[in-house]
Write a protein that binds this ligand. Structure first.
Ligand SMILES: *Cc1c(COP(=O)(O)O)cnc(C)c1O
Length: 428
């Protein structure tokens, strides 16, 4: 598959290059020049998840990877299910939180890690990233144990939950975690400073493996197929999918799946009060506000970095922005939505609860609704326990890590100290 840079369409790269580079010139996003279209969709949907995912991914990148290679990537990356759980007669939850870090980011993160491992030459790679909690865990687990790839994760000491810290700072091996005496912004600044230093990049083989990487979106298309595959055949043309959105990578993947022939009647973009996109869809004005903190903190984004991909796809497919449903919830609404779901015996967390509520308000007669549950309720234990007055037990992966000792090293928010520490830890 060839891709072009949305900011500079002259820049064209292969999928392999796009995975390596992440972003193009001028920080432009890569976008596929063409997409496969599946005609016999029922046959595809009848396949088991991994076999189908491999077919889909092969149809996209088969010019660069053999079918056997893609089978292996999928096998390594997707070792967990994406079940559809019935909540009402017409609405189901697509549970994307059964991976090792209990969030949907495991799908994209693990596939990206496998791609990078498969395409690297003999050189060493160092993944350098800053986290305010969740992405660090997904990256750490995705790359854990991969040969010749080291991971260095910076996080603000004392400013992430102890459970989050345990989830990625207890792995050891090729995963190195640094507790920075500073804020998340300080951590990001240290990472950015490193990527501004060409000498450092080549010395360590630095790679950001960030959320904009096209390999993540490709992996994420697969669970949209899996969602529709679990519906009875007669309902497949009526599916409406509600996506809790922050950077809009998840929605982009859904739209890509539809462009490849997946029957989805329409999508709904659901946000919290950081509602740049819903306001844009209403008024045509792109006017990001200052980001506000909410209960659904993985969606506290006011400048969603995947949005240009959504626009490009809609233009290319001759769809209309008006076809994307949208809505936003305040934290107060989120609490009510969580409570309503619990009354229906479905335990959810703030992100999924937003997608559910917007869906129920917009679902029309004859339509079948699916909302994406992007994280396990235990991942947001503090707020869920508080709102529903309960004590959610920790699922096995979290409980296991909670027992292990932290392996982080402390550093101050100083670039020279970071470089020194990396040299020492990675023996470079
Ligand atoms: C990252 C994340 C989101 C937002 O997904 P985008 O692809 O950035 O729109 C939603 N929910 C959870 C739990 C997340 O971690």
């Amino acid at each position: 598959m060839m891709l072009y840079n949305l900011k500079d369409p002259q820049e064209q790269v292969s999928f392999t290059q796009a995975v390596r580079q992440g972003l193009g010139r001028e920080q432009g996003l890569f976008f596929p020049s063409s997409l496969p279209h599946f005609e016999d969709i029922d046959t595809l949907l009848d396949m088991p998840f991994n076999q189908r995912s491999s077919e889909i991914i092969s149809a996209v990148i088969g010019d660069e990877f053999s079918k056997e290679q893609v089978d292996a990537l999928v096998e390594q990356a997707f070792q967990f299910q994406a079940p559809l759980a019935k909540v009402t007669d017409t609405i189901s939850a697509l549970e994307l939180f059964h991976g090792p870090t209990l969030a949907f980011k495991d799908f994209g993160g693990r596939f990206m890690a496998q791609c990078l491992a498969a395409i690297r030459d003999d050189e060493k790679i160092t993944i350098l990233t800053a986290t305010s909690g969740d992405t660090g865990a997904a990256v750490a687990h995705a790359f854990y144990g991969l040969e010749n790839i080291n991971v260095v994760i910076l996080y603000p000491k004392g400013k992430i939950s102890s459970l989050q810290e345990k989830l990625f700072c207890t792995l050891g091996g090729n995963i190195h975690t640094l507790a920075v005496d500073g804020t998340f912004d300080d951590c990001q600044a240290l990472v950015k400073q490193s990527f501004d230093d060409l000498e450092l990049i080549s010395k360590f083989g630095l790679n950001s493996a960030n959320s904009i990487n096209i390999s993540r979106l490709l992996a994420q298309t697969c669970y949209y197929f899996e969602a529709v595959a679990q519906l009875p055949k007669a309902q497949r043309q009526q599916a409406v999918i509600s996506v809790p959105s922050g950077n809009f990578g998840n929605l982009t993947a859904g739209l890509l799946a539809k462009a490849m022939g997946l029957p989805v009647k329409r999508f709904i973009a659901a946000t919290n009060e950081n509602d740049t996109v819903p306001r844009y869809l209403e008024s045509g004005q792109w006017s990001p506000n200052v980001t506000v903190p909410t209960l659904s903190n993985a969606m506290d984004v006011s400048q969603p970095n995947n949005w240009p991909r959504v626009e490009e796809l809609i233009k290319g497919q001759n769809w209309s922005l008006a076809d994307i449903g949208h809505g936003r919830l305040t934290d107060e609404d989120v609490k009510q939505s969580l409570t309503r779901l619990w009354e229906k015996d479905y335990l959810c967390e703030p992100h999924g609860a937003i997608a559910y509520q917007v869906l129920t308000e917009q679902l029309q007669e004859e339509e079948i609704g699916i909302f994406l549950c992007t994280a396990h309720p235990a991942k947001f234990k503090d707020s869920v326990d508080d709102i529903l007055e309960m004590d959610i037990p920790l699922p096995a992966p979290l409980a296991k890590h909670a027992e292990l000792p932290l392996l982080s090293h402390d550093i101050s928010a100083n670039h020279a100290e970071l470089v020194d520490k990396m040299q020492h830890l990675l023996e470079i």
